[in-house]
Write a protein that binds this ligand. Structure first.
Ligand SMILES: [Zn+2]
Length: 330
């Protein structure tokens, strides 16, 4: 066991994030406080599968999957070394968004991401997914249900609460739609939410990996301007990292991706705004959330075609309006 493993085992809030969440969810379903849409046996079998699931780089299978995809498809030595020796812990401490710790003597790297920000990212990805569903071919009462879903997901995000009453009701309506129209209404929504979430988490962990990559954890950048620049550089690395994940996990010949994938990279910064005191002003060592959002936007401009970039920005603005976030200009 290396040093990062040892620290990891002490710090993690849950041994296996998805398994423990699924267990809690199954319990809530039993009590009638959550709705699953599948039978108790099916839920139990999912939990069993998660029990057998090995998470090698973290305690979160989404994080693990992202690292594996990037690691298997990169031949860049520095990145390979970092990813091969990394341990990412999901921790309960409220003040943690993400931290990269100095590399250990044995060459291992340790990163922490906060449970709270991960939850907020998940809830915000769900809101975002609804916006993309309006492009889908919908029939009958699906449009009305979608508006209800938007309200319910927004409410969950504001309350920072997964299982709310209105969300439970909407899920029943969605099941009725699936049953009536047989057109995978719910599955399409879940796919959007999941893909947005994956890109957001890739950005979130990519930022911390970026600090390791640029050596910020060894020769700590000086207080003030240097630290701020280090943050913006880590964001640029995070964007690149998320796109590496995208190209390797969803490969296609033409490199054509839905706008929601790109827009997902905005989610961590938008979600972290609900935790930070002021989104407009720089801290002593941190650039403002607004500045960082603009940085991501400039980064996307370099990667995407003009049309895709404009579409991505449009959806970001829709999301910001929906959650009443002050809109950055350009
Ligand atoms: Zn940072």
């Amino acid at each position: 066991m290396n040093e990062a493993d040892e620290v990891f085992n002490v710090q993690i809030s849950m041994a296996h994030v998805q398994r423990e969440k699924m267990e809690k969810f199954a319990q809530l379903c039993k009590e009638g406080k959550a709705i699953s849409g599948i039978s108790e046996e099916e839920l139990a079998s999912i939990i069993q599968d998660l029990n057998n699931d090995e998470v090698s780089y973290s305690n979160d299978m989404v994080v693990d999957m992202i690292i594996k995809y990037v690691l298997e498809n990169t031949n860049e030595e520095k990145l390979t070394t970092i990813l091969g020796n990394i341990k990412i812990a999901n921790v309960e401490r409220k003040e943690v968004i993400g931290s990269a710790y100095p590399q250990y003597m044995d060459g291992s790297y340790y990163v922490e991401i906060g449970e709270d920000i991960e939850k907020r990212i998940c809830l915000l990805s769900d809101v975002f997914a609804v916006l993309f569903m309006f492009n889908e071919k919908l029939v009958g009462m699906e449009n009305v249900i979608l508006c209800e879903l938007l309200k319910a997901t927004k409410n969950r995000y504001f309350m920072n609460e997964e299982f709310t009453e209105d969300f439970n009701s909407v899920q029943v309506y969605m099941m009725i739609c699936d049953n009536t129209y047989k057109d995978d209404f719910t599955d399409r929504y879940i796919a959007y939410a999941r893909e947005i979430y994956e890109m957001a988490i890739a950005f979130l962990i990519g930022h911390e990996i970026g600090h390791h990559y640029y050596g910020d954890t060894i020769g700590k950048p000086k207080q003030g301007m240097e630290r701020k620049i280090a943050e913006l550089k880590a964001d640029a690395f995070a964007l690149d990292f998320a796109f590496k994940y995208l190209e390797n996990s969803y490969p296609n010949k033409e490199n054509i991706y839905g706008i929601h994938f790109f827009a997902g990279t905005y989610v961590p910064l938008i979600a972290s705004a609900s935790i930070c005191k002021n989104i407009f002003e720089d801290g002593e060592n941190y650039p403002s959330i607004l500045k960082r959002l603009l940085g991501v936007q400039k980064g996307l401009q370099k990667i995407l075609t003009l049309t895709s970039w404009e579409e991505t920005k449009k959806y970001r603005d829709f999301l910001l309006k929906i959650i009443q976030f002050p809109l950055p200009t350009n």
